[in-house]
Design a protein around this ligand. Sequence first.
Ligand SMILES: CC(C)[C@H](C(=O)O)[C@@H](O)C(=O)O
Ligand code: SF4
Length: 472
Amino acid sequence: MTAPRTLYDKIWDDHVVDTAEDGTCLLYIDRHLVHEVTSPQAFEGLRMAGRKVRAPEKTIAVPDHNVPTTEGRDTHIDNEESRIQVDALDKNARDFGIHYYPVSDVRQGIVHIVGPEQGWTLPGMTVVCGDSHTATHGAFGSLAHGIGTSEVEHVLATQTLIQKKSKNMKVEITGKLPPYVTAKDITLSVIGATGTAGGTGYVIEYCGEAIRDLSMEGRMTVCNMAIEGGARAGLIAPDEKTFAYVKGRPHAPKGEAWDAALAYWKTLFTDEGAHYDKVITIRAEDIAPVVTWGTSPEDVLPITARVPAAADFTGGKVGAAQRSLEYMGLTPGEKLTDVAIDAVFIGSCTNGRIEDLRAAAAVLKGRKLAPGVRGMVVPGSGLVRAQAEQEGLAQIFMDAGFEWRLAGCSMCLGMNPDQLAPGERCAATSNRNFEGRMGRGGRTHLMSPVMAAAAAVTGRLTDVRELMAETV
Ligand SMILES: CC(C)[C@H](C(=O)O)[C@@H](O)C(=O)O
Ligand code: SF4
């Protein structure tokens, strides 16, 4: 009998090619996702060394960060730096013969939305990308994490990665989520409880009834933010929902290969009695719709709370809270629901999938954006966009006064024309509220799609449960 193993242990063991004396391993990589920002030097390195991409059939590229989300971007991008990066990806994809979804392709979108959608992300795989939110793919029970540009080159050239194993952490969410409390509230609440360094050195496995109850899209939202809690990766054991989601996707196995894959995937769970180095348990019933008030994703509070004072904190956090409050332009003691907003952003790899858009549209149906508030909905991929149009969601957003955009990272980070003006305050469904993240001087409050939609209607941070208790 082998010792009981965690899900992470199993995936790790199945990918080790070689182990050095100090425990460092060479891991085989099953999928390498590539975007325009972190790949140009890596491809340049290959060119200079006269090397090829080792496994072009396992390498998938898509431009997402720098692309404008308005029409015309397939023929021209105004910003020179963005244009150079997108053009370089076009050329590298062609020259090295990897899979590619250019902006003109309806399948283009945010890399972490495209991978699962196209069936590139499968249970039990190792998935890497030069991007921290690669953690998203862990929702399938795959070991997925971000890598740096020199590692991107290493994976391109060898299809392997040098890694040290992390420790195991279990985050269990017991019980059932209350109404209007979502996957986003789970993941933000976990970070609120553990802090942005709480997961440092760990791979988190999320489990428990509330996680099992989530759809695949909700599970992706949870794993997406594992990195915001400092973890190397987030994982959820695959189950029938996972298999149903994957089945029939363009790059999922078919026929006998499917049966063989399924038999393996069913072994991907943590054995009874396996050891976790750290365990955190949260009751789903205790999770409220939350928003962030500060400039770190750990600055999380229930929407029913008031803006904290720096003095409420201890140690280094006192100064950090003071700076956050100043940057965010907030007054201690003010009710969060009294904080007025200027903009609403619905999108990103955290919450830019079809279920997110359905949830936001259900709140916005028959309602309008508050006067003076600008709203933008940016689907996570061209296919999500097409689906939302077909279901009539796009019309609901436009009727409410939102701009309906093309797919990309958009406002989530200020690398493209979608940005906040200095001082503008935004209710956002993305994952980072850092200073200047959405544009210089811009202020970001992170929340779920239903909470962002509720804020859009009232023009201030809002408890979606109260809004939905009113009749339209
Ligand atoms: C640009 C990219 C390297 C970056 C990341 O790694 O996460 C971005 O996606 C982000 O969300 O900040
Ligand atoms: S949507 Fe935001 S978080 Fe996700 S990859 Fe793009 S920039 Fe990073």
